[in-house]
Design a protein. Structure first.
Length: 286
């Protein structure tokens, strides 16, 4: 059965709780380690989410040190148990890193995306995804199949009973740039319109006529979480690396860029009409 939680998020959440408890107690890392009997190196790793298998005895010792009540103690142990599980993406080790994008998306309550190059991954059709990876000219047929299967499974978060709010701002160039030929693009754009009609999904297109705007610096994603202990995460990807940020200053910059792009974009209703017009131009062969 596929988990609806992320071991990565649960581990980070527990780390934040332990760090906050220690700071509230006034203990340094050295003092807390000495008083609890938990090795300092281990405590440091617990507070930075660097340990996957968390020993119950260590949690018990820290809970006793910090005077944690029964309910909070049970919550900490449940987080530790969840943190030791494997997410569905673990079967795609050749595609996703253990603490990659999928491990954060699965628990996000609000996802905002700006995309300047391709249709956002959660909104792609299988044939479009395949065309994107074929266009990279660096993937074998088997690897392309793995990427397509992984991306389709990643989209399950939009199909669950309580899906996240999802807002995507897409540059017009994404709609005009064909991947896989007219048939694939028509199917992809029809799918985009269908997704835009869902109550939890908002899609906007920034037309060429909008000129330049802050978000033209590159594609990125912002993920917010309903749990107060889970900080907002910004994500950006380049051909050779991925970047995750969560400092308030960096998140404010991502937020400002996204809002500026959204303000420059067509409304959701205008976007649906715009995309339909692009589909018609493909059908007319123009």
């Amino acid at each position: 059965m596929k988990h609806s939680f992320s071991p990565t998020i649960r581990r980070r959440r527990l780390a934040r709780i332990l760090r906050d408890l220690r700071e509230e107690s006034g203990d340094t890392l050295d003092a807390a380690a000495k008083k609890s009997g938990v090795p300092r190196a281990t405590l440091g790793k617990l507070e930075t989410a660097a340990i996957k298998q968390i020993r119950p005895a260590h949690l018990d010792a820290l809970a006793k040190l910090y005077g944690v009540g029964k309910e909070a103690w049970e919550s900490m142990h449940q987080l530790a148990k969840d943190a030791s599980e494997q997410g569905w993406w673990s079967k795609y080790k050749d595609v996703f890193s253990p603490t990659g994008l999928a491990s954060f998306e699965v628990e996000a309550s609000f996802v905002r995306v700006f995309e300047a190059q391709v249709i956002p991954g959660l909104l792609q059709t299988p044939d479009y995804t395949r065309a994107v990876f074929m266009g990279a000219n660096s993937y074998s047929e088997d690897r392309i199949r793995r990427h397509v299967a992984a991306r389709m499974e990643r989209q399950d978060i939009l199909e669950r009973l309580y899906p996240p709010e999802y807002a995507a701002v897409i540059d017009e160039g994404v709609l005009r740039r064909q991947a896989g030929g007219p048939k694939t693009m028509r199917e992809q754009l029809h799918h985009l319109v269908q997704m835009a009609e869902r109550p939890n999904i908002a899609i906007q297109v920034v037309p060429f006529s909008a000129g330049t705007y802050a978000a033209n610096l590159g594609s990125f994603q912002i993920m917010e979480f309903s749990e107060p202990n889970d900080p907002t995460i910004g994500y950006a990807e380049t051909p050779t690396s991925t970047l995750y940020v969560e400092s308030p200053e960096e998140i404010r910059r991502y937020d400002a860029m996204w809002r500026e792009a959204s303000a420059a974009a067509l409304s959701v209703a205008q976007t649906v009409d715009f995309v339909r017009n692009v589909v018609e131009s493909l059908e007319d062969g123009s």
